[in-house]
Design a protein around this ligand. Structure first.
Ligand code: TYM
Length: 332
């Protein structure tokens, strides 16, 4: 069995980056509920300035959208992180395994701490310890594979390091996980700032396509996407030509193509943008329509989440209990 686990943070509306980099690949894993676990990681949304009502709303929306994208309770376990205490129980043991130095080296911590400081908010301690809780999310389930976008590389690496260190010190307790990335669109870039990741919370408004954007909005954002200065034509070169390469990546992801080969079919940006817009509209359309249906029946979504939490708890409990014993804590 290849147990897989992944999560998504309700800090903003889900984006095209979330969909193409992660969610779509979760849907494609044809597994059993005890093999594939997907989690709305709401505790992680509290690491930055937050509005309680908005976090609640976004958590519900994220779960609904994951179901709309095609996750099915027959094939996976979908749940909300704060419904399963094992995550925070394990996080403390992993805080006793990690070092201050390795957490301060995390790129996302440095970036987000700088943003929080610049806007006058204090840096929450949980922003520093966030990757430890993420490691707990993963290790509590004996996870083998973590399907994520490229920006989670350093975090999953930490989860591996902590698993190995814990096992070496106290005896074998955790499965050592590995990250898996999509072949294309592992890092979808902001359409207005193609050297930055397309993000839920940090991105530019017009450069971020949201999964629930109306077709006309998607089209407008794509047609206004920044292409690179100079007249180099349509070539795939993510370093020198990040804007046009991002568009080619999006097209490749939607059409199952190869971005460098696709480039050969275009002589101008206009035609490329039109094709990208059409492809994105078609990929997102069924998800948006299904979301509208599911959002009309919140009780059904809540039932899925409640059952999911029950299943997740049953899987995590013995793993976390075992870690409590091996690290030296008395049995209650
Ligand atoms: P989050 O909520 O930022 O993103 C969820 C997933 O979407 C991917 N992603 C992207 N992929 C490609 N291009 C983009 N522009 C893009 N933006 C986001 C992310 O890589 C991720 O796979 N720390 C995690 C949540 C988390 C988690 C976990 C993930 C918490 N615990 C345990 C896996 C396992 C995060 O902030 O994801």
């Amino acid at each position: 069995m290849t147990r897989i686990f992944s999560g998504i943070k309700p800090t903003g509306h889900l984006t095209l980056g979330n969909y193409l980099g992660a969610v779509r690949h979760w849907v494609a894993t044809d597994q059993r509920p005890d093999e594939a676990l997907f989690c709305v990681v709401d505790l992680h949304a509290l690491t930055i300035e937050h509005d309680p009502a908005r976090v609640r709303r976004l958590s519900r929306q994220a779960a609904t959208l994951l179901l709309a994208a095609g996750l099915s309770p027959e094939k996976c376990t979908l749940f909300v992180q704060s419904h399963v205490d094992e995550h925070t129980r394990l996080a403390y043991l992993l805080e006793c395994t990690a070092t201050d130095g390795e957490l301060r080296r995390m790129i996302q911590y440095k970036e987000k701490a700088a943003q929080a400081q610049a806007s006058g908010d204090g840096v929450r301690l949980s922003l520093l310890t966030y990757p430890v809780l993420m490691a707990a999310d993963i290790l509590a389930y004996e996870t083998k594979e973590v399907p994520v976008g490229d920006d989670q590389r350093q975090h999953v690496e930490l989860a591996r390091d902590l698993a190995v260190r814990f096992n070496q010190r106290y005896g074998h307790t955790f499965t050592v996980p590995k990250a898996t990335y999509p072949a294309v669109a592992a890092r979808v870039m902001d359409l207005q700032e193609p050297t930055s990741k397309m993000g839920k919370s940090g991105g530019t408004g017009p450069g971020v396509v949201f999964m629930l954007d109306e077709p006309e909005v998607v089209r407008k954002k794509v047609m206004r996407a920044v292409t690179d200065s100079g007249d180099g034509g349509v070539v795939y070169d993510p370093v020198e030509r990040p804007g046009v390469s991002n568009l080619l990546d999006l097209l490749a992801a939607c059409t199952d193509g190869d971005p460098a080969l696709l480039a050969e079919g275009y002589s101008g940006y206009g035609a490329l943008k039109r094709d990208v817009a059409d492809a994105l509209v078609e990929v997102l359309r069924p998800v948006r329509e299904r979301h509208a249906e599911l959002a009309a029946d919140p009780a059904a979504v809540e039932k899925v989440l409640r059952e999911g939490a029950g299943r997740a708890r049953a899987l995590a409990r013995p793993v976390v209990d075992r870690a409590y014993r091996t690290i030296g804590l008395l049995e209650p």
